[in-house]
Design a protein around this ligand. Structure first.
Ligand code: DAH
Length: 339
């Protein structure tokens, strides 16, 4: 009798101390568990005289019920409190603005390259890509560039061996395609080119876009018509082109092509250095020697070719002041080309 009252009192104190449901559970096990105090009392029943057993058993059962009730009352309270704490800790404000995933953007060179391809693909050009490591033959000789031509100077060209080099121009693609395909030809050849050159508008690696059209009766007027279309799409609806005589070994006649300055509409501004025109590419009628080198009959076929720097077009289009920005990959620069 005494003992049971003591146990109830003791348990009551411990229950009050228990702060968490885990602590409460452990306390409960110490009394009501398999090796708990109450269970131990029950086991001791054997040592009690038979006539006292029923009364003793009842006592223990009462004790167990009282303890169970005491635990249950506190258990409910603790569980509720813990649930409230948990909800509070995990609270989310559904009205907060979401976190947006960073969205990538196409590199301005990729983008410009794609826009150029779109312009010319619309006129029926097909894309042909040649190798970046070229032989001297495709890069120079077949393009009517004799061995003593300044373009072959070691200063400009990265030679790998006496015979192989990093292509200095995508014009090499003209030869490779004409060797494979007979006219009519409408080719666009984009790619990386390399020159020993480095300043605000030149870089040892840059990109070019080559164009080649060969068929019967192709003239310089066809070239200008297509370039006008190119200028209107790439720069402004009102852009015009102007051809100036020039020289390239692989074209005859050769021209430099200027586009009317989109910044001032041709009136003259710092960008066009007051001239109203901006030089954007080299072009010309394919030199008959080049056609001959590729097995194309120059008395039957004529063609024009053009080559432009993709960086240059992008710099003009987006007002970019230094060519190195394209390769530094500063996200603050690249980010501006998101759609
Ligand atoms: N390949 C020349 C260069 O890199 C550009 C060029 C000029 C390409 C005239 C042509 C062309 O196809 O006809 O400067």
């Amino acid at each position: 009798m005494e003992e049971t009252e003591k146990i109830v009192e003791e348990a009551q104190q411990e229950i009050e101390k228990a702060q968490t449901s885990r602590a409460l559970y452990e306390t409960k096990m110490r009394y009501l568990g398999r090796t708990g105090k109450v269970t131990a009392l029950l086991k001791g029943m054997r040592e009690i005289a038979a006539e006292h057993r029923p009364a003793f058993g009842k006592k223990i059962n009462d004790l167990r019920e009282r303890l169970e009730a005491a635990f249950a009352a506190v258990e409910q309270k603790i569980k509720l409190r813990e649930m409230e704490q948990k909800l509070k800790a995990e609270e989310i404000d559904v009205t907060m603005p979401g976190r947006h995933a960073q969205k990538g953007a196409l590199h301005p060179i990729t983008r410009t390259r794609q826009e150029l391809i779109d312009v010319f693909a619309g006129m029926g050009f097909e894309v042909f890509e040649g190798p970046e490591i070229e032989s001297e033959y495709y890069n120079f000789t077949a393009l009517n560039t004799p061995a003593d031509h300044p373009a072959r100077d070691m200063q400009d060209t990265f030679y790998i061996t006496d015979e192989f080099l990093l292509r200095t121009q995508t014009s090499a693609g003209q030869i490779r395609l004409m060797e494979k395909k007979k006219p009519p030809i409408k080719m666009l050849s984009p790619g990386r080119v390399f020159r020993s050159d480095d300043d605000a508008t030149h870089s040892p690696m840059f990109h070019q876009m080559e164009g080649l059209v060969v068929d019967e009766g192709v003239t310089l007027c066809d070239l200008q018509g297509m370039l006008d279309e190119f200028a209107r799409t790439m720069f402004s609806e009102t852009s015009k082109t102007r051809l100036r005589p020039s020289y390239f070994p692989f074209t005859e006649p050769s021209v430099e092509v200027d586009v009317s300055c989109a910044a001032c509409g041709g009136k003259g501004c710092p960008l066009c250095k007051g001239t109203g025109w901006i030089e954007v590419l080299g072009a010309g009628m394919v030199n008959r020697r080049v056609l001959e080198n590729c097995g194309v009959d120059p008395d039957r076929y004529t063609g024009f070719a053009f080559g432009m720097g993709i960086e240059r077009i992008a710099m003009l289009k987006y007002g970019i002041g230094h060519i190195r920005l394209f390769t530094e990959n500063d996200v603050r620069f690249l980010e501006q080309f998101k759609d």
